[in-house]
Design a binder for this molecule. Structure first.
Ligand code: DX5
Ligand code: ZN
Length: 227
C-alpha cells in the first residue's frame, strides 16, 4: 500500500538480545527511551536455526505494553500463513513474513490484510530483491535483511544497501526497513540508501544508555535521510 504522506524515519528496537525474563519491562523502557515501534523476532527452528516465542508471548506483552505501540512481527518461520490469525488475535499490528518461506506470497499478503494487520515482505541477504518487486505495491513495508536471519549481534552487511537503493528508486513512497547489525556507526549508510524503518537490537539493548543510542540513530537521520 502506498503512503500518501512523506516518508517518516522510525526506530524499532529489536528485543531479541534483551532480558527476556522481563520482556514487558524491557519493551516499556524502550518506548520510554524513544522507540517508535517494537520489532519482535519470531523464530521457529526450521526457517532459521533458532527458537524464540510465539503468539502466547505476544498476547501477554500486548496486555502490558501501551496499545498505541506498534508490534512489528518479524516472522522467521516456515509456512508463515499458519500463524497469521493467532498473531492477529494476540494483538500484533504488522506481520512481516519472508518471501523465501511462502509458497504463495500473494495469498499470504491477502490473509494478513484480511486479519486486520499491516503486511510486510522480507528478503534474506542471498535473495535478489527483484523477486519481491512485484509485491511492493501490495505491502506496507519491504524488509531488507542486513544479516542472515537467526541471531542478534551479527555484523552489518553493507553490500545490502544496493538492494535498498534499488527499491527506493523504484518505490519512492514505500516503507523500507533494514534489520541486522545496525548501529549509530553504520545507520548513515541505511539512510543514504533510502531506508526509513530502522531495526536495531543489540546496539541499543546492550548499551548502558539505550535512550542515547536511539537518539543518535534519530539525529543521524536529520543529516543523511533525504527522501
Ligand atoms: C536477526 C533478527 C534481528 C536482530 C537484530 O535474525 O531478525 O532483528 O535481532 O539485532 P541486532 O541489531 O543485534 O543485529
Ligand atoms: Zn528481525
Amino acid at each position: 500500500m502506498l503512503n500518501d504522506s512523506t516518508l517518516k524515519v522510525q526506530i524499532g528496537p529489536s528485543i531479541l538480545n534483551s532480558d527476556l525474563s522481563c520482556l514487558a519491562d524491557e519493551c516499556n523502557n524502550l518506548v520510554k527511551n524513544g522507540a517508535d515501534y517494537l520489532h519482535l523476532d519470531v523464530m521457529d527452528g526450521h526457517f532459521v536455526p533458532n527458537l524464540t516465542f510465539g503468539a502466547p508471548v505476544v498476547k501477554s506483552l500486548r496486555k502490558n505494553v501501551g496499545e498505541n505501540v506498534l508490534f512489528d512481527m518479524h516472522m522467521m518461520v516456515a509456512e508463515p500463513e499458519k500463524w497469521v490469525q493467532d498473531m492477529a488475535n494476540a494483538g500484533a499490528d504488522q506481520y512481516v513474513f519472508h518471501y523465501e518461506a511462502s509458497k504463495d506470497p500473494n495469498h499470504c499478503i491477502r490473509i494478513v490484510k484480511e486479519a486486520g494487520m499491516k503486511v510486510g515482505i522480507a528478503v534474506k541477504p542471498k535473495t535478489p530483491v527483484s523477486l519481491v518487486e512485484e509485491y511492493a505495491d501490495l505491502v506496507d513495508v519491504v524488509l531488507v535483511m542486513t544479516v542472515e536471519p537467526g541471531f542478534g549481534g551479527q555484523k552489518f552487511m553493507s553490500d545490502m544497501m544496493t538492494k535498498v537503493s534499488h527499491l527506493r528508486s523504484k518505490f519512492p513512497k514505500l516503507d523500507l526497513e533494514v534489520d541486522g547489525g545496525v548501529s549509530p556507526t553504520n545507520v548513515e549508510q541505511c539512510y543514504h540508501a533510502g531506508a526509513n524503518l530502522i531495526v536495531c537490537g543489540s546496539a541499543i539493548t546492550q548499551n548502558e544508555d539505550p535512550a542515547a543510542v536511539i537518539n543518535q540513530l534519530k539525529k543521524e537521520a536529520e543529516a543523511s535521510f533525504k527522501f
